[in-house]
Design a binder for this molecule. Structure first.
Ligand code: F6R
Length: 608
């Protein structure tokens, strides 16, 4: 999710690289750097923090050269520091690389290269790539990169240049996006179209598994196996603002559609074989999990709703009692938090004031503190004993979507890790869970493929005054999130409740035409939840159910059924949340609201 920029041509590369990186900076990054080749020397400049720090550094000593690569980093391996910023080089400084994504076998490669004498100057997986390419280099950068990437597993985009080959850049796409811009006697490369749109509208999109040889005269694309690729040039008609949103009208919908990739990223490198999970950053001492007698989860808003799903899955599988408490409540209680407990603080930003205060309180009472957060180096990550990064990439829309899904994935991974420690997962059971997790990106794609059905459904909500969301167990947790999404961007009053609670009061509010959305995925309470649909239907409600593709019953009870692919019931929240995000989005669009910056709300609540 980092920003990449490259240039080969007649002009000075540094200002072009910086300009491109500035156009990607709206997404928020933590460090930046460039490498520029002047025909004999490669000069590298990099700096932690906002791009302006790098710009100041360049002003002091501007590097010259007309081939260059640049990068803005969203940290994944290692905190945002000068030495972790890209570009990275091999020890001789011959190969410079920038990279986006994750190298899954990074530890194994680091060891292998270390045994051959490599010494590393950063914590990143990127530096390994520079060493690997140098290891494979025999006077042809393209072939060296081709051989190096055969040794690197993961989802990434890689861009390299060699001191020995001025005027040439080689890039590879393995899932993470890369595009080429064709100019007159100059060629551009970027991770995202907005970086170069003002320079050229003639774009080549690089596909997965392709390697590109870039010079000022143009590009040659091949598959990694060496077959030449003919790629049609696209003429982009978007304006700059549309380009920032990848052609989507709003960041929120762009981020909703990024979710299959986010699931892949969050799982990446963490699955070991067919049945185990390894979580870098989570280092429970020997016997810690077996000695636990309580798990606390604390968070706010959407992150709290992710915590509610966590409670259901942790308790069911680990058989350890879990309390989920809003951080703003926990911090002012006198909670009975004891040392043999684990507190999981969940926060996209890692900077929410209430969550930080609750986390500090738990830690102060002797609990081990584990953060699930999206921002490397955030305050929460720094005060925690263990950190599980969610890797959703920068989330710009105020209404959180992809960060929520990534939090759920983090919780599933943690369940398998802790369940294995406790002996509560046989190999077969964890293999089943891992297989289910691996299948989720494809299943999420299928749900997104049905977005037009949700857009049509949303038309019936636009005039509603109240909406209700129902469910039981994890379905209730998802209903809570669906309801929050609906209220924060559509401004329609919305409530979520456990399906069984309705008849204890709220049913009085249900009148003819009131939309009631029921999440209906949990077999163990299926009939009970259907009863709630019948209750509201009898009062004239317009009933919508979110149910599996193969649930033939749902349509007999609900007026409309939104379908999701069949997955094990424990994993259904990852899919059932998506139609609810889409529903809120399309309702808000129909009502003409500011989608990405809803009234009265801020992305990060750093005050009490
Ligand atoms: C809702 C939303 C908020 C945040 C909450 C916590 O869409 O984004 O409810 O979830 O403010 O923020 P983080 O996760 O940054 O602690």
């Amino acid at each position: 999710m980092c920003g990449i920029m490259g240039y080969v041509g007649p002009a000075e590369a540094a200002p072009i690289l910086i300009d491109g990186l500035q156009r990607l900076e709206y997404r928020g990054y933590d460090s930046a750097g460039i490498a520029v080749h002047d025909g004999s020397v490669v000069t590298i400049r990099k700096a932690e923090g906002k791009l302006e720090r790098l710009v100041a550094l360049l002003a002091e000593s501007p590097p010259s050269g007309s081939t260059g690569i640049g990068h803005t980093r969203w940290a994944t391996h290692g905190p945002p520091t000068d030495f972790n910023a890209h570009p990275h080089t091999d020890p001789a400084g011959d190969i410079a690389v920038v990279h986006n994504g994750i190298i899954e076998n990074f530890l194994a490669l680091r060891e292998e290269l270390g045994e051959k004498g490599s010494r590393f100057t950063s914590d990143t997986d990127t530096e390994i790539l520079a060493h690997l390419i140098a290891d494979e280099y025999e006077e042809d950068l393209l072939e060296a990169v081709r051989r190096a990437v055969r040794r690197a597993e993961g989802a990434y985009a890689l861009v390299a240049m060699s001191r020995k080959e001025p005027g040439r850049i080689v890039a590879v796409r393995m899932i993470s996006p890369l595009i080429i811009g064709l100019g007159e006697g100059e060629t551009f490369l970027a991770s995202d179209i907005p970086a170069i749109l003002h320079r050229t509208r003639r774009i080549l999109v690089i596909e997965n598994g392709e390697i590109v040889d870039i010079t000022a005269d143009g590009v040659r694309i091949e598959t990694l196996a060496g077959a030449p690729v003919a790629r049609e040039t696209l003429e982009i008609s978007w304006n700059a603002e549309q380009a920032e949103k990848g052609g989507y009208p709003h960041f929120m919908i762009k981020e909703i559609f990024e979710q299959p990739d986010v699931i892949t990223e969050t799982l990446s490198g963490r699955i070991r074989g067919s049945s185990d999970v390894a979580l870098e950053g989570v280092g429970f001492p020997e016997g810690f999990v077996a000695g636990l007698d309580k798990i606390w989860i604390t968070a706010c808003g959407t992150a709290y709703h992710a915590g509610l799903v966590g409670k259901e899955i942790f308790e069911r599988k680990l058989r350890i009692p879990v309390d989920v408490v809003y951080a703003h409540e926990l911090r002012y209680r006198d909670p009975i938090i004891r040392p043999n407990s684990l507190t999981i603080a969940i926060s996209q930003s890692g900077e929410t004031a209430d969550t930080l205060a609750a986390a500090e309180l738990a830690k102060g009472r002797g609990s081990r503190l584990l953060a699930i957060t999206n921002v490397v180096g955030s305050t929460l990550s720094r005060i925690s004993d263990d950190v599980l990064y969610t890797r959703a990439g920068p989330e710009i829309a105020v209404a959180s979507t992809k960060a929520y899904l990534a939090m759920l994935i983090g919780e599933y991974l943690l369940t398998v890790r802790m369940g294995r420690d406790l002996g509560r997962y046989t190999d077969a059971e964890s293999a089943e869970m891992i297989d289910g997790l691996r299948h989720l990106p494809q299943a999420a794609e299928e749900v997104l493929g049905r977005s037009e059905d949700i857009a049509r459904l949303a038309e019936g909500f636009a005039g509603a005054d109240d909406v209700y969301f129902l469910g039981r167990g994890v379905d209730y947790a998802v209903a809570m999130e669906g309801s929050l999404k609906m209220k924060e961007i559509s401004y329609i009053h919305s409530e979520a409740m456990p399906a069984g609670e309705l008849k204890h009061g709220t049913l009085a509010l249900v009148t003819r035409g009131t939309p009631v959305v029921t999440v209906l995925t949990q077999r163990y309470v299926y009939d009970k939840t259907v009863s709630a649909i019948m209750e509201v239907k009898a009062r004239g409600a317009h009933t919508i159910a979110v149910a599996y593709d193969d649930d033939g019953n749902a349509a007999k009870h609900a007026d409309e059924v939104v379908r999701i692919p069949r997955v094990p019931d424990s994993l259904s929240p990852v899919l059932s949340a998506i139609p609810l995000q889409l529903l809120a989005y399309y309702v808000a669009v129909a009502r003409g609201h500011d989608i990405d910056q809803p009234r009265n709300l801020a992305k990060s609540v750093t005050v009490e």
